[in-house]
Structure formats: structure tokens, C-alpha cells
Design a protein around this ligand. Structure first.
Ligand code: FMN
Length: 222
């Protein structure tokens, strides 16, 4: 797949077919993604790939935490957004709820939708990225961003869809219980991955972006 086409066509997939993703395919994607850049080539990423019973247990554990009303306590605290950023978050939710036929006041359906995120949108596999706490610095977080985007783009080449998500790892204790990620690693982010169910309404979402005029400053040009 052409790189520009891949960048333009990538979108978050929140509904998957149940078909498993072969380990060999996931291996190939990660083998491509390990070429991602990182600060002074530190390659701080630890990648944990989960499927089958392990993923089922994490999904179940996350839902149990939610149902019990446990406050999320991610390894990297997520501060609430404000202003225009909050507005964009709201706009996204409005778009998704519209596609899913969820009314604003329908608390039950909204809660069910929230649960989907904690179940990795029912994807058959998930990729969890963590870093050693000794390299817990801005550059490592940027490096994780680089490999995450590379994984998502490479996945397209295999007909796979992805959704980068913090919902899946917001209860890191659950993830640690069923994986071998040690306390000495900070869990940063996860990616749901699988074959897209194109009939799933939320997958029809086309998110907008600001125009270049709104966020680019040109300096020194004629
Ligand atoms: C760091 C990060 C965390 C995200 N967490 C979630 C999440 O928890 N749940 C979710 O539905 N989408 C999540 N997303 C996906 C974004 O909502 C999505 O990328 C954004 O709305 C743009 O849409 P697009 O990916 O379809 O282009 C996350 C994306 C990023 C980069």
C-alpha cells in the first residue's frame, strides 16, 4: 500500500470481525514497526501482544473494575481536557453516538458503549506498549507515539484495522495480572487490532481535522 494512501485511509476501528489475527501476521507488522525512530535509537518500547484467553481475561477484568465503580488509575495519569480540546472530545462523542443511535440522555446505552472500549472493542487481539520506568521521559513517550502510528499504518497492509486506546489499559493492575508486564514497566497505551467489520456503524465515522491555516506557522518564506 502506498504510504500516503495508508496515512489518509487509516482510521480508528471500533467494531471487529471475530476472526483471529494469525501470529505470523502480527509478527510481520511488528517486524516492520521496529524500524520506527527513537531518541538516540534507545528503542524504549516493550510490546506485549495478547489474544485468546489472556485477552478475554483482561476484557473481563476491566469490565469487573468498571462495574464495581473502581476509579481508573492508569500508569500515566490522564488529565481532563479544557477549552477547544474538550470541545473536540465532545464533538467526537456526539459523532460516534449519532452513528450508533445512542441518545444523549440514554445513560444505559452510553455506559454500554463505554464498556466496549474497555473490551478493546471486541477485537481479537491487542498490542500493549510499555516502557521501563528508568526511561520514563518525554522522548520515550514520543518514541511510543512513533511506533504506535507505524504499527497502525503497517496493519493496513494486511487488511487489518486498529484503534489506539487508553481505555484498555486504564486499569494497569488487570493487564499485569494476565500478562508478564512487570511493575518496573510503565504501561503507556494499547492498540486494538483485528479485521474491521465494515457494517459496524461507528466504523463509518470520518473524523475531521483542522485546516493547515489553523495550526501551521510559516517562518522565513517569501
Ligand atoms: C493516545 C490516544 C489514545 C486514544 N484512546 C482512545 C480510547 O480510549 N478510546 C477510543 O475510542 N479512541 C481512542 N483513541 C482514538 C482517537 O479517538 C482517534 O484517533 C481520533 O478521534 C481521530 O480519529 P481517527 O483515528 O479515526 O482518525 C485514542 C487515540 C490516541 C492517539
Amino acid at each position: 500500500m502506498d504510504i500516503v494512501e495508508a496515512i489518509r485511509s487509516r482510521k480508528s476501528i471500533r467494531g471487529y470481525k471475530p476472526d483471529p489475527v494469525p501470529k505470523e501476521v502480527l509478527r510481520e507488522i511488528l517486524d516492520i514497526a521496529r524500524r520506527s525512530p527513537s531518541a538516540i535509537n534507545t528503542q524504549p518500547w516493550n510490546v506485549t501482544v495478547v489474544t485468546g484467553e489472556v485477552l478475554d481475561n483482561i476484557k473481563k477484568g476491566n469490565i469487573e473494575m468498571l462495574t464495581a465503580g473502581v476509579e481508573p488509575h492508569p500508569d500515566v495519569p490522564n488529565e481532563p481536557y479544557e477549552g477547544i480540546y474538550k470541545q473536540r472530545q465532545v464533538d467526537l462523542a456526539v459523532q460516534i453516538f449519532k452513528l450508533m443511535g445512542i441518545a444523549r440522555e440514554d445513560r444505559e446505552k452510553r455506559a454500554k458503549w463505554r464498556e466496549r472500549g474497555f473490551r478493546f472493542f471486541d477485537a481479537p487481539a491487542a498490542i500493549i506498549l510499555s516502557i521501563d520506568r528508568s526511561v520514563d521521559k518525554l522522548s520515550s513517550h514520543l518514541d511510543i507515539g512513533a511506533i504506535v502510528q507505524t504499527i497502525c499504518l503497517a496493519a493496513l497492509n494486511y487488511g487489518l484495522g486498529t484503534c489506539i486506546e487508553d481505555q484498555g489499559i486504564i486499569f494497569p493492575g488487570v493487564v499485569r495480572e494476565f500478562t508478564r508486564i512487570p511493575e518496573s514497566n510503565k504501561i503507556i497505551i494499547s492498540i486494538a487490532i483485528g479485521y474491521p467489520d465494515w457494517d459496524f456503524p461507528a466504523n463509518k465515522l470520518e473524523t475531521g481535522r483542522e485546516s493547515l491555516e489553523d495550526f501551521v506557522t510559516w517562518c522565513g518564506f517569501a
